[in-house]
Design a protein around this ligand. Structure first.
Ligand SMILES: Nc1ncnc2c1ncn2[C@@H]1O[C@H](COP(=O)(O)OP(=O)(O)OP(=O)(O)O)[C@@H](O)[C@H]1O
Ligand SMILES: [Mg+2]
Length: 248
């Protein structure tokens, strides 16, 4: 009998990243102005909101790929910043694009790339890449060229490439958007395993099955604000606007 993969939505968790204020505008257009946002360690979040509301932009800001006005953030309890993006966040945060871009080498080399860039020993890289291929169920694609993969295979390889870096915070942009049937289910099944291993995951998505994953907290971006809502197993008191007492 397997254990529930996610933590109790009401459990008290360590703060991974605390943002006191994050404001983003494109020219005169204010996208969002978020206050008091706490991303807990080892927690799964879905980030929902209408098309164009700024979900991708928000993930890219957290990944250091987009600028924003950010005041006062802490990472694992220590003061940090998003600009310039510091090495400790570069090490800890991994962003997976909705349409992952891959090098036209092999699947294995794509997964190994990030570890090579970090200068890990060859033997350790081989071990970690092998484990990631197995985890994502793509061992049979080790030598395949990424451009020949199906959408679902590509997404699983992208997750393996992210997981191998052992991120503390994994940002997934619409991980199931272009998938259906078994491909979609295979990708969804990988998410709880990431969280179980201690990774915080934020998924921008519209996928009801991702939103309904037990223990997942729902963040809704609307009217320039980020609202925290309870997952399906949480009692109604957990439905709060961020900035209030989010642990009630
Ligand atoms: N570099 C940019 N310059 C100006 N406007 C931009 C830029 N990047 C994004 N935008 C605009 O910001 C808005 C938010 O875009 P974003 O891609 O973050 O939305 P989203 O919530 O992810 O939408 P979707 O659900 O369609 O993926 C869009 O209107 C987009 O056109
Ligand atoms: Mg988007």
């Amino acid at each position: 009998m397997s254990q529930p993969a996610f933590k109790d939505p009401m459990a008290q968790e360590e703060a991974l990243l605390v943002v006191n204020r994050l404001r983003k505008a494109f020219g005169q257009r204010l996208m969002f102005d978020i206050e008091d946002w706490c991303i807990e360690a080892g927690r799964a979040y879905v980030l929902t909101g209408a098309n164009g509301v700024g979900k991708t932009t928000l993930l890219r800001i957290l990944a250091g790929l987009e600028s924003a006005d950010v005041s006062d953030i802490t990472f694992l309890g220590r003061p940090a910043r998003l600009h310039p993006y510091p090495p400790e966040l570069r090490q800890a945060v991994v962003y997976v694009h909705q349409h992952p871009v891959m090098f036209s080498t092999s699947v294995e080399k794509n997964i190994a790339y990030g570890l090579e860039a970090r200068g890990l020993p060859k033997q350790e890289i081989a071990g970690r890449v092998g484990a990631a291929l197995e985890w994502a169920g793509v061992t049979h694609l080790t030598d395949a060229r990424p451009q020949n993969l199906s959408g679902g295979e590509k997404q699983r390889v992208a997750l393996a490439r992210a997981k191998v870096l052992e991120p503390t915070l994994l940002l997934l942009d619409e991980p199931t958007a272009n998938l259906d049937g078994a491909s979609r289910e295979q990708v969804i099944a990988l998410i709880p395993e990431l969280v179980e291993a201690g990774t915080s995951v934020i998924m921008a998505c519209h996928d009801r099955d991702l939103i309904a994953l037990p223990g997942t907290l729902r963040l809704k971006l609307q009217d320039g604000q980020l609202h925290l809502r309870a997952g399906r197993r949480a009692p109604p008191t957990a439905s709060l606007l961020l900035g209030g007492d989010r642990r009630t």
